[in-house]
Design a binder for this molecule. Sequence first.
Ligand SMILES: Cc1cc2nc3c(=O)[nH]c(=O)nc-3n(C[C@H](O)[C@H](O)[C@H](O)COP(=O)(O)OP(=O)(O)OC[C@H]3O[C@@H](n4cnc5c(N)ncnc54)[C@H](O)[C@@H]3O)c2cc1C
Length: 460
Amino acid sequence: MNSRNGAHAVVLGGSMAGLFAARVLAEHYDQVTIVERDEVVGVRGPRSGAPHTVHAHGLHARGHLAVEEFFPGITKELQDAGIPTGDLGEMRWFFNARRIQPAHTGLLSVTAPRPVLEAHVRARVVDLPNVQVLQRHDVLAPVAAPGGGSVRGVTVRPRAEGADAFTLDADVVVDATGRGSRTPAWLEAMGYKRPEEERVRVGLAYTTRHYRTRPGMFDGVQSINPVATPDHPRGAFFGQVGPDTCILSLTGLLGDHPPTDHEGFLEFTRSLPVPDVYEAMHDAEALDEPVRFTFPASQRRRYERLDRFPSGLLVIGDALCSFNPVYGQGMSVAALQATALRDRLRKGDAEPAGFLSDVARVIDAPWEVSAGGDLDFPGVEGHRTTKIRVGNAYVARLQYAATKDARLTEAFMRVAGLMDPPTALMRPRTVARVLRHAVRRPPAGVARRAAGPKDRSAST
Ligand SMILES: Cc1cc2nc3c(=O)[nH]c(=O)nc-3n(C[C@H](O)[C@H](O)[C@H](O)COP(=O)(O)OP(=O)(O)OC[C@H]3O[C@@H](n4cnc5c(N)ncnc54)[C@H](O)[C@@H]3O)c2cc1C
């Protein structure tokens, strides 16, 4: 233990953000308790408290580095368990119906099934001698200390029929209950203001199905990803998640949701701007039925702007900021927030003011990328500042130029992987490379649809 901040820390929610927080708190508190409503210990499959985890999840560059730092050797452990890892720039990425040049970036991306990744992380956390998991317990509310200036614990109730609620005393309570977090309501009930909430409505849905991988299906790449752009708003993440299993998550915006029936799912795949995904999967063996997850809006809660916030309460992960998932940022940002928490605790400071302003800075750049990027879609409502308009027009040029210049793929992936801030794309040498290929915003890429079953039978 580096420094002792207190006897007991309680983490609400045992998903990725809660696990990262527990890992960090375990260095500074005698005992850490994770409270989770689902049964989670040893579980490697989907669960009701985290329905989004069925869908494609990539742990990208910076997040991967943070996770490896928290849990040394975990990358090898995942690889030994058959989890694909690969270079972020060497995947087959399409923007605006055009493939960007593959580039060796040295940035690792882990594409485990999300419940499996979580299970490996959880096993490491549960192994820590001073961490316990109170699973199948509902968090009810934090308990305020007399005077209301701080939180001194939390009330929880076992999920067993007729079980009574009880209070866990704590020096610090960390809310990692995800985007449905009740901290805004708890603050109000304790006499504090609710935080301002920024929302960008995207009306997004993921529909996902798993398939058995066939030899040659991916043609040597880890995944094939036609990403949604304003001219081609339907997207997909089609990737290997194990030795013989792959996942296809289709994405549709603004109510254009990928269907969950077999025919509709196939037809949506065929309507993607490039034929690569449909051609690889249309006659593959499906391992389950398509499942949909809807994501109405990205949301960011600005706790750091509140004048007053109770001591002894912190908020982390999606409870603070839930990003449009197509940018693949959430787990990485949660890991970076846990790193910020560790840095505060090492200074002996567990006060919310410092932590909340540190994590606001962690969130700023990825929020700019995703919330700003969403405003490039004309149907997404929101105020488009000059910075956002100019930035989006430039990124569209850069993505086009990256179809000719692999160095631009690398620059782009370093920002997407949260290794560099978005401003890195404005370095003079990068701007010069972009302008060499794209002085104006490029026109819509021409979709190349795969031949459907009828076209195939007509041509035979
Ligand atoms: C479709 C989709 C795809 C995504 N893809 C990616 C990706 O490719 N890469 C990436 O980095 N991120 C991705 N994300 C984001 C990522 O899933 C989250 O950012 C990440 O899971 C961190 O979430 P969290 O731990 O804060 O919250 P959650 O994962 O939502 O976990 C909250 C936990 O709290 C528990 N809980 C909630 N309320 C209570 C209560 N009252 N009592 C007890 N327990 C409670 C829940 O059971 C759950 O376990 C994606 C998200 C979605 C929706």
